[in-house]
Design a binder for this molecule. Structure first.
Ligand SMILES: [Zn+2]
Ligand SMILES: [Zn+2]
Length: 803
């Protein structure tokens, strides 16, 4: 009998493909292994998802070309979880499988091994087959697993074992430099004239110097490359003495921590913390699936409960996964993890280099790392026997991946926790209405932490009515710093305390306006104005990223009365510097976070008191624990409130509550000033009262009345095309075909709130039903596997963002 397999490829198709298995691949072609196979006119790598699938007899199958793993990279549980997610979110399974694996995970066949000093020293002590392999490596230098004599599986296992003991290491494939060193580039301080001379006529060299100066720390060569600065630019700058380049030893494996000991582990828990921990510990030890909402105001000690529950999982011989929303948060929690769990903890985040990610993945898969912290994709951790999944700040929108493969990490965590009989903690001070409702209905356990630890009072929240404030002429009617906020900040800085200022947008100003003709310098490809960025001397579309120089004259009418309207983080910082000269501050936003290590260094400056004020976007509102922060200013609550989204009130409430949670975490009471033109808004009023439960109950009444989640299942269908007419026609046709399916409610087709994006016209259809099955089968029936020429169709189940 000829063996056959079915392979899922990372392509936008919701089906798998069958192949026959040639004789020599029979042993390794197993479910969960990666393989290459002919697909269209090329060889494509995918994951074997089924062995001997039912195949029509007559069909001649093409043969599999290559198996990339000796042992399956994914186990049954992860295969099952990704498959269920694919169905749940109407996503291609192959794309979810790709998301679950680090892309550069070296296939064992490709990796070359070399012996280390420790390996050479261990040679005389080693048993078989280790000794034989070490001798081969000692004699012949770098070898692939397949070049080492002996049964393949035995060789492979021995290599893995010796790698974890550091007797052997994988030699970097193509780069000649050993992975033990890293090249760093530091700017040598020059005065402006000298810097100009050094950079000469090269624009890129000037930009590289400016970037390094902005960064305020040495960059790695990899970062420079990532920013688009070529090796030639680097050589030039080094040649004229503008930068110094040095090779440094990497400090251990970069993603794996090596620190131990932490004082927090001895703290006495509050009774509420103890109760919550007892529920989780019971589930972990008795291997029961227990989903729970850990509902506690900020500062109530949720993190300590997570850490103790993780310790409990480790003591029970199980692993733990801790999801956090933003990359800026990872370093903060990573330090707590590292202090408590040392080398057993690994950190994943999107700024990690692929090689580091692969290292961390292997440490988890091999059982050396038992705890992982990271954003959404960390939910696919290959740690064996996970006993605890933590989803911190579960209400955060970043758990939902909006581009393909679409999935929600909370659903992924729930699926995996159920399959592994593990505890699942969804933690929040302001739970999503879906989770809140599930807890009220008793579908998940409610673990409440009603008080801040040490009974610290919640900060006092003030709504500042911007209608009563006087704006400066250049503020165009929107005052940036109200009088009461200014007074409060002066008081705080005078006492040596710190403040956080939340500005909804990054850059200098949301747009530039020509006073003569009203031109707002829209992006050529999107229906939004470009934002003005001062640091980069440019105008940037925040939707497609396209950049142009900031003009000095209007390109429509030639007028030169151009005004920057509104304020982003840069302008708020500029105004701040005028108001509080000498108060050190820094910006934290997506522009900062994009530079590897920069967000962590800003956060460290804040923690260590080197800066007194942090100015940033929503990122500053999340998770941080700064003991000395006693004032928060939300410069405008209205940007979020005015969003065309049924979740606008929920998101605004959550943001303010999160921001408030940053204030007064130490021994002094804190304040929050929320500036708004709508001081009567009920979400804002609930925020003043710190009344998350009241807000949720009120909002649920509205959701039930108008049939919105959690009282229905929802999907959005986005139809786009460069040709407006074509998109409109297809959307109208879909909309017609959805009519009359079950209890389906169809809204649209209508232009999406963001009608044009990256040169494409976008139309939206919203589907609502009481049953998820109805939504999925309606999508299955109407949405074609391949959209008509020139059109794109994106089906988003559970959309978090309706732009
Ligand atoms: Zn003009
Ligand atoms: Zn654009």
């Amino acid at each position: 009998l000829v063996k056959t397999v079915s392979v899922a490829f990372p392509v936008p198709l919701r089906k798998n493909f069958s192949y026959s298995v040639p004789e020599e691949l029979q042993e390794t072609a197993r479910r969960g292994s990666r393989a290459r196979a002919p697909f269209g006119g090329r060889l494509l790598a995918g994951v074997i998802v089924e062995e001997d699938p039912p195949v029509p007899e007559a069909l001649p199958l093409r043969p599999l070309a290559e198996v990339l793993d000796e042992e399956p990279a994914l186990d049954q549980e992860l295969l099952g979880a990704t498959q269920a997610l694919a169905e749940r979110f109407f996503s291609p399974w192959g794309e979810l499988l790709r998301a679950a694996l680090p892309s550069s995970l070296p296939a064992p066949e490709a990796a070359r091994f070399e012996i280390t000093a420790a390996g050479a020293a261990a040679l005389s002590l080693a048993g078989e087959p280790e000794r034989r392999i070490l001798e081969a490596l000692l004699g012949q230098g770098k070898l692939r697993a397949s070049e080492i004599p002996g049964p393949r599986r035995e060789v492979h296992r021995a290599l893995q074992e010796m790698e974890s003991r550091r007797w052997v290491r994988t030699a970097a494939g193509r780069t000649p430099r050993s992975r033990g060193t890293v090249t760093t580039v530091a700017a040598i301080p020059l005065d402006e004239a000298a810097a100009r001379r050094a950079a000469g006529s090269s624009r890129r060299a000037r930009e590289a110097l400016a970037w390094l100066a902005d960064l305020g720390r040495p960059a790695t060569a990899e970062e420079m490359r990532h920013r688009g600065f070529s090796a030639a630019v680097l050589r030039r700058l080094a040649g004229v003495g503008a930068v110094s380049v040095s090779e440094q030893e990497r400090q251990g494996e970069p993603a794996v921590f090596e620190i131990g000991g932490d004082a927090g582990a001895d703290l006495e828990l509050s009774p509420a913390q103890k109760d919550a921990l007892a529920v989780l510990a019971g589930a972990i030890q008795e291997r029961r699936f227990v989903p729970a909402l850990l509902y506690g105001v900020t500062g109530s000690g949720k993190t300590e409960v997570y850490l103790r529950a993780i310790a409990c999982a480790l003591e029970s011989g199980r692993g733990a996964v801790w999801l956090v929303p933003e990359i800026a948060l990872t370093p903060v929690f990573a330090r707590s993890l590292a202090r408590r769990f040392g080398p057993k903890a690994v950190v994943l985040h999107s700024a990690l280099a692929e090689r580091e990610r692969a290292t961390a993945w292997k440490a988890m898969k091999g059982g050396r790392a038992r705890v992982v912290i990271g954003p959404r994709s960390a939910v696919f951790s290959p740690i064996p026997d996970i006993g605890l999944f933590v989803v911190d700040e579960e209400h955060d929108g970043s758990y939902k991946q909006e581009e393909s493969p679409r999935y929600d990490a909370r659903d992924a965590a729930a699926l995996r926790a159920r399959a592994q009989s593990a505890a699942l903690v969804l933690g929040s001070a302001t739970p999503s209405l879906e989770t809140f409702h599930a807890a009220e209905e008793g579908r998940i356990r409610l673990l409440a932490l009603p008080e801040r630890i040490e009974k610290r009072p919640l900060p006092e929240v003030f709504l500042v009515d911007l209608r009563k404030e006087e704006a400066r002429p250049d503020e165009k009617g929107i005052p940036l710093f109200s009088r009461s906020l200014r007074e409060r900040l002066a008081e705080v800085f005078g006492r040596g305390e710190q403040a956080i200022l939340l500005v909804p947008r990054r850059g200098y100003a949301p747009y530039l306006l020509c006073r003569d003709c009203g031109n707002d310098f829209r992006c050529d490809a999107c229906s939004v104005a470009r934002a003005v960025h001062r640091r980069r001397h440019s105008m940037i579309c925040h939707y497609c990223g396209s950049v142009r120089a900031k003009p000095s004259r209007c390109d429509r009418c030639g007028g030169c009365l151009l005004e920057t309207i509104g304020a982003g983080t840069e302008r708020a910082a500029e105004r701040f510097a005028e108001l509080f000269p000498g108060v050190r501050h820094a910006i934290l936003d997506a522009d900062t976070a994009r530079q590897r290590g920069a967000a962590a260094s800003v956060i460290a400056s804040m923690e260590e008191g080197r800066i007194q004020a942090l100015i940033g976007t929503q990122m500053v509102a999340k998770g941080h624990h700064f003991e000395n922060v006693t004032a928060i200013g939300v410069l405008s609550a209205d940007t979020l409130l005015n969003f065309p989204d049924f979740r606008a009130a929920e998101k605004t409430f959550q943001l303010i509550a999160q921001a408030a949670g940053r204030s007064g975490r130490g021994s002094r009471a804190g304040t929050v000033h929320v500036q708004t033109f709508h001081p009567d808004n009920s979400a804002l009023r609930c925020a003043v009262e710190h009344d998350a439960t009241g807000f949720a109950r009120r909002e649920l009444v509205f959701r039930r009345m108008f049939l919105y989640p959690p009282f229905c299942e929802m999907a959005s269908l986005l139809i786009s095309s460069a040709d407006r007419e074509r998109a409109a026609t297809l959307a109208a046709e879909f909309s017609r075909r959805f009519e009359g399916i079950g209890d389906l409610r169809v809204s649209g087709s209508a232009p999406a709130p963001l009608e044009r994006l990256k040169g494409r016209w976008r139309f939206q259809i919203l589907l609502r039903s009481r049953s998820r099955r109805t939504i999925l089968s309606a999508l299955e029936a109407v949405v074609p596997e391949t959209p008509p020429a020139g059109c794109q169709v994106a089906a988003v189940v559970d959309p978090r963002n309706l732009m």
